[in-house]
Write a protein of this length. Structure first.
Length: 222
C-alpha cells in the first residue's frame, strides 16, 4: 500500500480527538513529501540533527515534534521552530529549553517522559520524580516553557495485559494533573502508543499516538 493509503487507514482507526504524529525517522525527505502531499502536517523525529536537516528542506507549515532523547547541548538547534518536545526527562533539560526559548522569544511546549516500561533501556522519569518536578516551585520561574502533557512507552512485549497496565498507570497519574487546576500547567496531552500498540494506548486514554512503521513500512537499519 502507498503511504497515503496507510495514512488513511490509520486515521480511520483513531477517534477525532486523538492526534496522529507521523514518525518519520530514518526515512528520506521524498517519503516525507508524499505524506505532506497526502495532507499530513505533524511529523515526529527522534534525533536532533536529522530533524533539523529535514526541517530545513521541507515546507514550513509542518509541525515538528521531537520524540527521542534530547541532550542539553542540542536544544539550541531546535529551539527556533520545534512545536512540541515529548521527551523531557530532567530539570536541567527543562531549564535549557526555557533559556533557548527565551532567546527566540517563544514559548516551547514540552511533555515529561515517564518511564513506564519494564525495561532498563527506555529513558524517562519515574512517577515520583515527575511529581516532584511538577510541584517544584522553581518550575514557576520558567516562563518560556509550557508543560502540556506526558509521554510514555510501554514494554516491547506480546503481553497485552502488561502493555495495558503500563498505559493505564500513566493515564491514572495524568488524570491527577489534567483535572487539578491549582497546578501551574493543566495537562491536556497524553502521548502513548506506536504502531504495535496504539489502539491499546487509545483504549487506555491516549490523546496522541506516534506511528512510524505502519505508515512508512519497516525502517531499514542496515
Ligand atoms: C520510533 C518511535 C516511534 C514509532 O515507532 P513505530 O513502531 O515505527 O510506530 C514512536 N515513539 C518513539 C519515541 C519512537 O522512537
Amino acid at each position: 500500500m502507498s503511504i497515503k493509503e496507510n495514512l488513511l487507514k490509520i486515521k480511520s482507526t483513531i477517534p477525532a480527538n486523538v492526534t496522529l504524529v507521523a514518525v518519520t525517522k530514518t526515512h528520506p525527505v521524498e517519503k516525507l513529501l508524499d505524506l505532506y502531499e497526502a495532507g499530513h502536517r505533524i511529523f515526529g523525529e527522534n534525533k536532533v540533527q536529522e530533524l533539523v536537516e529535514k526541517y530545513e528542506v521541507l515546507p514550513k507549515d509542518i509541525e515538528w515534534h521531537l520524540i527521542g532523547h534530547l541532550q542539553t547541548n542540542k536544544v539550541k538547534y531546535i529551539a527556533p521552530f520545534i512545536a512540541l518536545i515529548h521527551s523531557v526527562d530532567s530539570w536541567k533539560l527543562l531549564q535549557e529549553i526555557d533559556k533557548q526559548a527565551l532567546k527566540h522569544k517563544r514559548t516551547i511546549n514540552c511533555m515529561l517522559q515517564i518511564h513506564i516500561a519494564n525495561e532498563e533501556t527506555k529513558f524517562g522519569l519515574n512517577f515520583q520524580e515527575a511529581a516532584d518536578l511538577i510541584h517544584s516551585k522553581e518550575l514557576k520561574e520558567l516562563k518560556n516553557i509550557k508543560i502540556v502533557g506526558l509521554m510514555g512507552m510501554a514494554t516491547n512485549t506480546e503481553d497485552i495485559s502488561q502493555i495495558s497496565e503500563e498505559f493505564l498507570s500513566l493515564k491514572l497519574f495524568y488524570d491527577n494533573y489534567s483535572k487539578d487546576s491549582s497546578f501551574n500547567f493543566q495537562l491536556s496531552v497524553l502521548s502513548m502508543g506506536m504502531s504495535s500498540d496504539y489502539l491499546l494506548a487509545i483504549k487506555n486514554g491516549s490523546t496522541m499516538v506516534r506511528v512510524g512503521s505502519s505508515i512508512f513500512g519497516n525502517r531499514n537499519y542496515g
